[in-house]
Design a protein around this ligand. Structure first.
Ligand code: PEP
Ligand code: MG
Length: 602
């Protein structure tokens, strides 16, 4: 098969039909499909003519929810130990069962509209879907799949249609499903799963995360794969290029077997780097740490050899529940992470809510320009009780390992003073209550607003470390909305202004004797490694999966040559020239690793 053929969307019935989706976990799998039946239960509309029928209908709904709760509890009990960490998601499903949006709303609809429980539940879910569709953050928006999954379970209990028992799957298969919930994946014997393909999902879906942490190839977001494939069909999953081949002929099969072999060899090779120091040929060491948003990522953090967590985005903990998380819930989450990662450090970033990060139950004002609005530290300095609750939880967790605190969105020195003053008050309260916490917790700030760079010398005197958030620094410096696809092409990390701001921050930090980390997406891009080394950053924090390949490039690079490389970059005037120069040099220097367009070969 030629490349051009491969890239075409062929008719699904034909041999070698290729369906394009989103590569969610790299690698190639070849095997027989197992189609998971999650077809929606048919729901009929019934008007309850007699008011006496309403209470029994409500009782029926409540019983179906109770039964779902028992079923989910049972699933948690039976989770195989290697994926025990995912039990938290099923716990969150148990919370969704009684969430206002589903539970109370369905009861209200049964009462007010006098209709049957199935139809009322369907209406409640549709309404919830509308609410979720407005959420800007892709990860949070995608959590609607959890709501749909939970409601489907209640529906099946109402109608008596059983959920398929996935623990019965025999032999090694490729799982093909409309969508998979954590409850599904935790029921499977994952050593029997060669690959995952789903109609739904994005890079942050549960299927993607589980597939990545277990290194199982996965393609998600295929939209209609469940309509094209039957159980027993031979299929190829190419998670690296985000495609699925149906009914491959022998030639195509051979081609992908070779690709699989190469990928497996690459993975064995790259895995060696996970636990080697991130050190250049001439002995310059840089820390490589992981960014996480939720606890399910911890196994991957450990497997990829991260030297701790450089950025724990705590926003997620505020979304997964109906109400603000209690101090105890926050404390337990922080403690669990800190304890597992110790003795390596965990940098916990205080709540960065607002902007593109949205939590429905927090009373956030409708703002014309949310990215420039009451976001992150600004929100916390206004909502001091919410801030204090989080700081108490963080401090309490500090005695279980090595913890640092990071304040986001600092634009002015006064915000640092105020945040530290509130932290001091919390410390005093804990002392009064005899609650233990670590005596010396490093306090850092995100450098992600140009004003913070401009006064980095002054800020450096007030804190123990800097962490450069390039995602926002680029947004605020170049005036490019980071979630607006119309200006995405102008979102350029190698813009001369951005490189100068990073250099200025590192120099100011080092002059004051404090380390400077980078935790924006730029830090995990292998193509930029010589630039990041040349800039003198002390730590790079990234998606855990990027760590081995970043380490590999660091170990093949020279610090002295990276400095020269950077000098050349600084002698260029335009982003285009810099992009061209970096691409050309990197492809030439690391020809076994980069394609000519700068993406990694595997
Ligand atoms: C950043 O802005 O670069 C960053 C790491 O934070 P977030 O993406 O969570 O805003
Ligand atoms: Mg940011």
């Amino acid at each position: 098969m030629t490349n051009s053929e491969k890239n075409n969307l062929l008719e699904p019935e034909s041999a070698n039909a290729v369906l394009k989706g989103i590569g969610a976990s790299g690698g190639v799998a070849v095997g027989r499909a197992y189609l998971v039946d999650r077809s929606r239960v048919k729901v009929v509309y019934q008007h309850l003519l007699d008011p006496y029928l309403i209470e029994p209908e409500i009782k029926r709904f409540k019983e179906a929810v109770d039964k779902a709760d028992v079923q989910l509890h049972q699933i948690i009990e039976e989770i195989p130990k290697e994926i025990k960490d995912h039990a938290g998601i099923i716990d969150s499903h148990r919370l969704i069962l009684r969430d206002r949006m589903i539970y109370d709303q369905t009861l209200e609809i049964i009462r007010n509209e006098q209709i049957n429980a199935e139809w009322a539940l369907k209406k409640a879910v549709e309404h919830t879907q509308e609410v979720f569709a407005k959420i800007k953050d892709e990860y949070f928006r995608s959590r609607i799949s959890d709501v749909v999954y939970v409601s489907e379970r209640i529906l099946r209990n109402l109608t008596g249609k059983q959920f398929e028992n996935l623990s019965d799957i025999q032999g090694q298969v490729i799982i093909v499903a409309h969508d998979l919930s954590p409850a599904d994946t935790t029921q499977m014997r994952l050593d029997n799963v060669l690959g995952f393909v789903t109609d739904m999902g994005g890079k942050t879906s549960h299927t993607a995360i589980i597939a990545q942490s277990l290194e199982i190839p996965a393609v998600v977001g295929l939209e209609r794969i469940t309509q094209e494939v039957d159980s027993g069909d031979l299929i190829i999953v190419d998670g690296s290029d985000g495609q699925v081949v149906l009914n491959p002929d022998p030639g195509t099969l051979e081609l992908f077997q070779q690709k699989k072999k190469k990928f497996d060899e690459y993975r064995t090779e790259i895995a060696k780097y996970s636990f080697l120091p991130a050190e250049t040929l001439d002995g310059y060491q840089i820390k490589t740490r992981a960014n996480i948003e939720f606890l399910e990522e911890i196994p991957s953090v450990l497997a990829q050899g991260a030297e701790g967590i450089g950025l724990f985005r705590t926003e997620f903990l505020y979304l997964s529940q109906k109400e603000l998380p209690s101090e105890q819930t926050l404390f337990e989450s922080f403690r669990n992470v800190v304890r597992i990662i110790a003795p390596n450090p965990v940098t916990i970033r205080t709540l960065d809510i607002g902007g593109d990060k949205f939590a429905s139950h927090l009373d956030l004002a409708d703002e014309m320009n949310p990215a420039l609005g009451l976001r992150a530290i600004r929100f916390c300095l206004k909502e001091v009780d919410i801030f204090k609750r989080q700081l108490r939880a963080i401090l309490r967790a500090s005695s279980y390992g090595n913890l640092k605190i990071l304040f986001p969105m600092i634009s002015d020195i006064d915000e640092v003073f105020r945040a530290k003053a509130i932290l001091k008050e919390v410390i005093k309260d804990l002392q009064k209550e005899n609650i233990p916490f670590a005596p010396q917790i490093p306090i850092g700030i995100m450098i992600e607003i140009p004003s913070a760079v401009a006064m980095a010398d002054l800020l450096a005197r007030e804190v123990d470390f800097f962490s450069i958030g390039t995602n926002d620094l680029i947004q605020y410096t170049l005036a490019i909305d980071r979630v607006n696809e119309h200006v995405a092409h102008m979102y350029q990390p190698l813009h001369p202004a951005i490189l100068r701001l990073i250099r200025q921050t590192v120099e100011a930090g080092h002059r004051a004797g404090i380390p400077v980390a980078m935790c924006g997406e730029m830090a995990g891009e292998p193509l930029y490694i010589p630039i990041l080394l040349g800039l003198g950053l002390d730590e790079l924090s990234m998606n855990p999966m990027s760590i081995p390949r970043v380490k590999q490039i660091i170990r093949m690079a020279s610090y002295a040559e990276s400095k020269e490389f950077l000098n050349k970059v600084f002698s260029l005037n335009t982003t285009e020239e810099i992009n061209r120069y970096v691409l050309q040099e990197m492809v030439q220097l690391f020809s076994d690793h980069f394609r000519t367009n700068g993406t990694m070969i595997y």
